[in-house]
Design a protein around this ligand. Sequence first.
Ligand code: ATR
Length: 288
Amino acid sequence: MEISGKTKVCGIIGDPVDHSLSPVMHNAAFTELKLDFIYVAFPVKREELQVAMTGIRCLKVHGLNVTMPHKIAVITHLDDTDPTALFIGAVNTILNKQGRLVGFNTDGMGAIRALKKNGIDLKRKKVLLLGAGGAAKAIACSLIKEVNELTILNRTPAKAKQLAQYLIRAGNNKISGTILSAETFQCALQDTDLLINATSVGMHPDTNQNLIDLRSLRSDLCVMDLVYNPVETKLVRAARSKGAKVVSGIEMLIYQGAASFEIWTNTSAPIDIMKQAVLRKLSESGAI
Ligand code: ATR
């Protein structure tokens, strides 16, 4: 692609961003569809957010992804935020709409699409969600429109209860939230169809850290792990070895990226191209 005076700039802000997979993923998609867009990584420290956002406006950056540590703080720098992203309390995507910065959170739709595209039917299913942080909230808000029953377990029980109560107030039944312990996990797992790890446990560098008794996984379960570094987490490996259907964090990364891409370009994302680019990059870096 030739970069011209009209090329639209998208990017990611965060600290660190030098290992982000988003630039290769989005640039591969722009190239594939011959869109006059480019995607770059902007390293922005916590204390630089305000000036960075002024710069984004002045430089007419078209679209942004937002990662740690800015996902929460960035909301106060936007002109408008999607109501679900406001509830989640975190924005991972920004669209510059003729000078107005609008925030979204694509984690929930990314997870649902990743599950469905991997052949997991959500209708009438019972889901056990581990975690009640930003990613878990995003997923719970999207999942609840599809599934029959949702149990949320979290190390800090107040957060699980608060999330469950919000979803119940929004008109959903069959939701509970409580502490994550060996007992609550075993009890909830018994009639679970889909288990989702939305905690950061298992993430590099603590890849041996374990949240649950992996021996209790079963072949009739579907298991999704949002952790994508490493690609094969301990949970994913154990689930696979039990014969369970598995959706890895890479799938979720790609589909949340695809949702951002579609917000910026108004064009269907070329999923396979994005996936190939990410897997190539991971393979080059020795992660797979
Ligand atoms: P994200 O935006 O990725 O969801 P987050 O909002 O910080 O990140 O949430 C991290 C989640 O992982 C939380 O549910 C957290 O549990 P707490 O709410 O109790 O903090 C969970 N988590 C992180 N480390 C954990 C650990 N060692 N054991 C159990 N849960 C853990």
